[in-house]
Design a protein around this ligand. Structure first.
Ligand code: LLP
Length: 420
């Protein structure tokens, strides 16, 4: 649990605000984020790179609320985006386009043109075909695209299979030897400027070895390209630093950077700036999902707490079997073996399966901890459930930063044709 969440005056608080106060006023389910925790995590990362020319980018996919983005832009962060939608958000939130990097294996023409139009810092290119398309669009619009090649370093990051990206068999990146060959042909592309190398091996990384191995590999490529006369101005080491959800031993940002510091320093002295793109580390422990227990039920010898939040609101437990700590908001000490499930019509709709949970009564409030990253951003309207509200807390102030969806939002854009 981040220090920003603690029990004070008998109940769970975020910074100086009681979570019960937020629930009373904003309703449940509601995501709550701590401004202080966001800032602390960002600064820890930034300070870990001290002494190196660097830029910490925020991976927008983790939590893309405009207020969260505005806060990060104000700290000086760059942004790592993966869609035209995220580009739209970061521009609305006030990010400097010169600090925006655009990743993703399937950028569309429209998305590339928007990126060119905003003159973003770098396109992280993942295939030869993508490179050729980017050249064509840049030529058509009379722009030069700054390109970074995403390398597939072929390492196994030892994280969940769905979120590991660095193996040779994954759809991500270009193998090192192919990247070298491709660089040799860059002269053919008149509207592309190869100035970066990018890698990202996966998410929720808790082991330093595979990550250090891949940074070494990619850095070797940067050096080789420099020897061949390329001015590689940026080396993006990716995101993925893990957080503690339960009892995982996770490296600190300093340990993460120090594991590869000599390599990064060597590149730095030859004029290469280090980028990273962290999502979960910045937003994960800054947020919780507040939910109210609707009913208690015993079935098949098991106890269930049925909450007003479900898999559509927080998908991680259902999708990845992910663990989120469950806290009692009113600090009830008693616990019981139970499952915390939602109202969605799927057996897989659970928030905490077969666990020792707060022995909550109907009407009690619970907080699902460490839900600030990939929580709301993966929420859906499944079962025609309006998505939750989002709240940002700063000191003793708090504000709704996204209204709970209304029923009318559920059918927005839907049309009944005249032939019906
Ligand atoms: N850069 C690239 C190219 C990525 O694909 C990702 C995440 C990141 C950066 C940020 O990774 P982070 O620092 O947040 O670990 N929905 C999953 C996580 C998917 C991550 C996808 N890519 C989850 O809930 O665990």
């Amino acid at each position: 649990m981040d220090d920003s969440y603690y029990y004070g005056e008998g109940e769970l608080r975020c910074e100086s605000v009681a979570l019960s106060e937020i629930a009373e006023s904003a309703g449940t389910p509601t995501y709550v984020y701590s401004y202080g925790a966001l800032e602390k995590a960002y600064r820890e990362l930034d300070e870990a790179f001290a002494g190196l020319d660097h830029l910490v980018c925020y991976a927008v996919k983790a939590n893309s609320n405009l207020a969260v983005l505005r806060a990060l832009a104000s700290f000086g962060a760059g942004a790592d985006i993966v869609s035209g939608g995220e580009l739209y958000r970061v521009m609305r939130a006030g990010f400097d386009p010169k600090k925006v990097v655009f990743a993703g294996v399937g950028k569309t023409e429209e998305e590339m043109i928007s990126g060119l139009g905003e003159r973003i810092l770098l396109f992280n290119v993942e295939s030869v075909s993508e490179l050729e398309h980017l050249e064509r669009y840049a030529a058509r619009h009379g722009k030069t695209a700054r390109v970074s090649l995403r390398i597939n370093p072929d390492v196994t990051p030892e994280t969940h299979a769905h979120i590991s990206t660095g193996q040779g068999t994954s759809k991500f990146g270009i193998p090192v030897d192919e990247a070298l060959a491709l660089a040799g042909r860059m002269g053919e592309y008149r509207f592309l400027d190869l100035i970066g190398i990018h890698q990202h091996i996966g998410s929720q990384i808790t082991k330093l070895e595979p990550y250090a191995e891949s940074v070494e590999k990619s850095a070797g490529l940067v050096e080789e390209l420099k020897r061949r006369g390329f001015d590689i101005k940026y080396f993006n080491i990716g995101g993925g630093l893990g957080i503690r959800y339960k009892d995982e031993e996770v490296p600190t940002p300093k340990e993460f950077v120090d594991a590869v510091r000599p390599t990064l320093e060597a590149l730095g002295t030859s004029g290469t700036k280090i980028l990273c793109e962290m999502g979960r580390y910045i937003a994960g422990n800054a947020g919780v999902l507040l939910t109210r227990v609707l009913y208690r039920k015993n079935s098949g010898g098991k106890s269930f707490l049925i909450a007003d939040a479900g898999m559509n609101d927080l998908l991680r437990p259902s999708l990845y079997d992910a663990y989120h700590e469950v806290r009692s908001v009113n600090n009830g000490a008693a616990t019981a073996a139970a499952g915390l499930v939602g109202p969605v019509c799927e057996t897989g709709d659970y928030l905490a399966r077969d666990r020792t949970l707060p022995d909550a009564a109907e009407g009690d409030l619970l907080a699902l901890m460490s839900a600030g990253a990939y929580g709301f951003s993966m929420a859906s309207n499944y079962n025609s459930r309006p998505r939750p509200a989002e709240v940002l807390v700063k000191g003793d102030r708090w504000s709704v930063i996204r209204e709970r969806e209304h029923l009318a939002d559920l059918v927005k854009g839907e049309l009944i044709p005249a032939f019906l």
